[in-house]
Ligand binder design. Structure first.
Ligand code: NBY
Length: 812
């Protein structure tokens, strides 16, 4: 390892710059310098990574195999500096070279290998496991293009490819010698083995090579460095040769492109699975590589696979990786001579499943035609798992054939397809939701037959976020204030934030807390100016709604609130001087094929253009919508926020994790009784949380009774005036029909009942303004939000998984 001194660091840095980048300091670009710096820090981690691998293999303990199609990592440099305690040394060393760490930091393009909450959760979980000294390998896909870069053209979202690898990828190291061949297509055939037993053989039609790229996942100051192994698809030699031999060079190169398409791009769908063949290829590709990798690279050569569950526990991050279940069955039966029962005994001990949704359209169903064509052997195995399972159902509920049909993994309508959530549930030891309410609804509404049959299989683990990235790194000023008050232990033991409670009544602490918030706002103001040319006014309540654009999350409800305030000033119902100065910040990407979501983005931008320049408003209401919200921006936005918008229709948001990040950074929440909001409110206290809207049973009741949004429009004058203003074309450059789709959807359908909750939302916003006017009371609430949110550390989530699902523990 390079020496932990300024001199040693400088030597290593210059060495990297000269030998890796091939430039002299005097002629190097900022990107050269960043890449050399990243390589330098990576070198410090490398010895620990090697040692962690050795230690883990020798100990032969159980490893967590986190299987996730997405990891939304965010920038790596700062986290690596934090984990190695190199910040000060790097700052000084770079200064000796005439360089500024802060400038180099800005060079890094974040790896956006995920859509939103699910991918970010995976990144928080692997951070926590490393910090808690738990052996874990994160397995996923090295997408060449991550989540698209969002731009706005005349207020409309336009997607650009995310070329995150273009300027170099200093954090990864490929291990081509550990590549894995993955087969696709073809057919199966029966044959009789030497022992006289009938077997099945898969005769695939084509294959690709999976090349592993390792990323280091450092624990916080504990010397452990776990692995994130992302797979990249390459054409295989065998495949090329076959076509080369036929003399068709162009076709051979096309074949290569075809193979490499598999890891080319992240599907930007954050809820509705698209059922595309390439996506199924991605799913199988990465789990086939990952299962093979663990057996070949991590286990002893003579390891008896009957004991596999002693050494690995696979966590399925939603159903995306569940094809791993028939793949493990296939490996054990076809390649390791297990009987069906032996293979099932092992397989059913190796997997656990986390569900992240409640929306019926978000549950994956793969057409049997497609699955059977791409993975014929797996299709057979799934049928057999289903058959065995349905026999179990019939035994448990004799004569209840309707139930057996309902529970079948094979759906018959609208086409024959495999219900991946059912397969996941049947094959897993434990099934969990991601917040208390979500887990309850998962049991009662999504998988009721399964929870009746196996009540003990179902459990809850409330999500969490890593305090390293989302407090310590993103909010250094608050971190210092906290550490000055209660010491540094909170970074790895977040419940200790409770010790801050008494400070909520200490005047000097409150002043200091407000100064931190003001400094974070100033930092954000500078960033948005430089990044987007946006001017944030001083002294406004900073009201932030950042998350994927989705109808169920109800950005439209927030927009109605803004337009309503604006309309009241325009029409003279209230004086501008009576409006609480407020800036609303939106950050949201829409799935490129999701018309309603894209229209909503357009509408927000058009309303912003109008409201921001309306003289009548006297600058008291502003909307800022920086494009391309990502982890890097979140790290600057969240610490600056006063108010956190968590306004999904109750029963729709599985958990939310942004909600936790805001509370931990001292924003107050306005929110519905949904997802983890329920737990946040219970912990921080009703007084310090602005609750509004129907709860889940009320939503269900209204839905059952028959919801008619038009009733709310007709009976609520202000709501009518608000919607009418949009319909009048006021925001649409003279084209009154521009936003018809959005408005008529609200008026006629409003699946997520925004109009029903409008009144209650506006009323709660009134309470927000009242509290905000009382600076002392607001500060007290904000401090109590921080002090009482320690539960939402992903370290706690990981402890829950370790104790109740994985049955394993830290290495020391
Ligand atoms: O997972 C989110 C939930 O909406 C949120 O409530 C929860 O806090 C978070 C972590 O548990 N789900 C999510 O982010 N889902 C996706 O990003 C996603 C991505 C791809 C697909 C489906 C969902 N897909 O089908 O391709």
């Amino acid at each position: 390892m390079p020496s932990h001194s300024v001199d040693g660091f400088v030597r290593e840095f210059l060495h990297e710059l000269n030998t890796n980048q091939g430039v002299m300091l005097s002629r190097s670009s900022a990107n050269d310098q960043y890449l050399a710096l990243a390589s330098t820090v990576k070198n410090y981690l490398m010895a620990r990574w090697l040692e962690t691998g050795r230690k883990t293999r020798d100990a032969k303990t159980k490893t967590v195999g986190y299987l996730s199609a997405e990891y939304l990592l965010g920038r790596q440099l700062d986290n690596a500096l934090l984990a190695t305690d190199l910040n000060e040394i790097a700052t000084k060393g770079l200064a000796l070279c005439g360089l500024d760490l802060a400038t180099l930091r800005e060079q890094e393009v974040e790896p956006g290998l995920g859509n939103g909450g699910l991918g970010r959760l995976a990144a928080c979980f692997i951070d926590s496991l490393a910090t808690m000294d738990v052996p874990c390998i994160g397995y996923g896909i090295r997408y060449e293009y991550g989540i698209f870069r969002q731009t706005f053209v005349e207020g409309r979202q336009v997607e650009q490819p995310d070329t995150w690898l273009a300027l170099g990828a200093p954090w990864e190291f490929p291990h081509p010698e550990a590549s894995v061949q993955v087969n696709f297509g073809g057919h199966t055939e029966k044959y009789v083995g030497a022992d006289g037993r009938e077997r099945t053989r898969w005769v695939p039609a084509w294959n690709v090579l999976g090349v592993p790229y390792n990323y280091m996942v450092p624990g916080y100051l504990n010397g452990r460095v776990n692995t994130l192994r992302l797979w990249s698809a390459q054409a295989t030699k065998a495949f090329d040769l076959q076509i080369f031999n036929s003399g068709d060079y162009a076709q051979a190169v096309r074949a290569q492109t075809f193979a490499e398409n598999i890891s080319k791009v992240l599907y930007p769908e954050d809820s509705t699975p698209q059922g595309k063949e390439l996506r199924l290829q991605q799913q199988y590709f990465f789990v086939a590589c990952s299962l093979r990798d663990f057996i070949d690279q991590e286990l002893e050569e003579d390891f008896d696979l009957h004991n596999l569950a002693d050494r690995i526990t696979y966590q399925l991050n939603d159903t995306h990786p569940v094809i791993a279940v028939p793949e493990l069955m296939r490996l054990l039966i076809d390649e390791h001579d297990f009987s069906w029962d032996e293979a099932w005994e092992v397989t059913s001990k190796c997997f656990d499943y986390t569900c992240h949704t409640l929306l019926p359209e978000a549950l994956e169903v793969w057409p049997t035609e497609l699955l059977g064509r791409l993975l014929p052997r797996h299709m057979e195995i799934i049928y057999q798992i289903n058959e065995q399972f349905l026999a179990e159902v019939r035994e448990a509920f004799p004569g209840d054939e309707i139930r057996a049909r309902r529970m079948s993994m094979i759906a018959e309508f609208p086409e024959r397809g495999v219900r991946m959530a059912y397969l996941s549930t049947v094959a897993s030891s434990k099934v969990n939701g991601v917040a208390e309410l979500h887990s309850q609804l998962l049991r009662d509404k999504v998988l009721p037959d399964f929870s009746e049959m196996w009540p003990e299989k179902f459990t809850n683990v409330t999500n969490g976020v890593t305090p390293r990235r989302f407090v310590k790194l993103s909010n250094p000023k608050l971190s210092n204030l906290i550490t000055d008050a209660i010491g540094p232990g909170w970074v790895t033991d977040l419940e200790r934030l409770k010790e801050l409670e008494p400070y909520a009544d200490v005047p000097e602490f409150k002043v200091a807390f407000r100064e931190v918030k003001a400094a974070n706002k100033a930092r954000l103001t500078a960033l948005l100016k430089q990044r987007d040319g946006i001017d944030l006014p001083d002294g406004h309540l900073l009201d932030v709604m950042v998350k994927r654009l989705h109808e169920y999350k109800r950005q439209s409800l927030k927009l109605l609130h803004i337009v309503s305030l604006y309309e009241q000033v325009l029409s003279g119902k209230i004086a501008a001087a009576d409006v609480t100065p407020r800036t609303v910040v939106f950050g949201a990407k829409a799935a490129p094929g999701y018309k309603m979501a894209k229209d909503t983005i357009h509408l927000i931008n058009m309303v912003a253009a109008k409201v921001n320049s309306a003289p009548e408003i006297e600058g008291r209401l502003k909307i800022a919508f920086p494009a391309n919200y990502n982890v890097t921006l979140a790290e600057k936005l969240i610490p600056a926020a006063d108010l956190s918008e968590q306004i999904s229709l109750a029963g729709m948001e599985a958990s939310g994790t942004g909600n936790m990040k805001f509370a931990l950074n001292g924003a107050l929440t306005i929110g519905t009784d949904d997802g983890a909001n329920v737990e946040i409110r219970r912990l921080v206290g009703d007084k310090h949380f602005f609750l509004f809207g129907m709860n889940e049973p009320q939503v269900a009741e209204l839905g059952a009774k028959g919801y008619n949004p038009g009733d709310y429009y007709e009976s609520n004058q202000q709501l009518k005036a608000t919607l009418d203003l949009i319909l009048s074309g006021h925001f649409s450059d003279g084209d009154p029909h521009l936003f018809d789709a959005v408005v008529y959807n609200l008026l006629n359908q409003d699946r997520f009942m925004a109009l029903a909750d409008f009144d209650s939302y506006v009323e709660a916003q009134g309470k927000v303004e009242e509290r905000y006017a009382d600076e002392e009371a607001w500060t007290r609430s904000a401090i109590l939000n921080v002090a009482r949110s320690g539960y939402f550390s992903s370290d706690r989530s990981m402890r829950d998984y370790l104790q109740r699902i994985w049955h394993t523990s830290p290495m020391i």
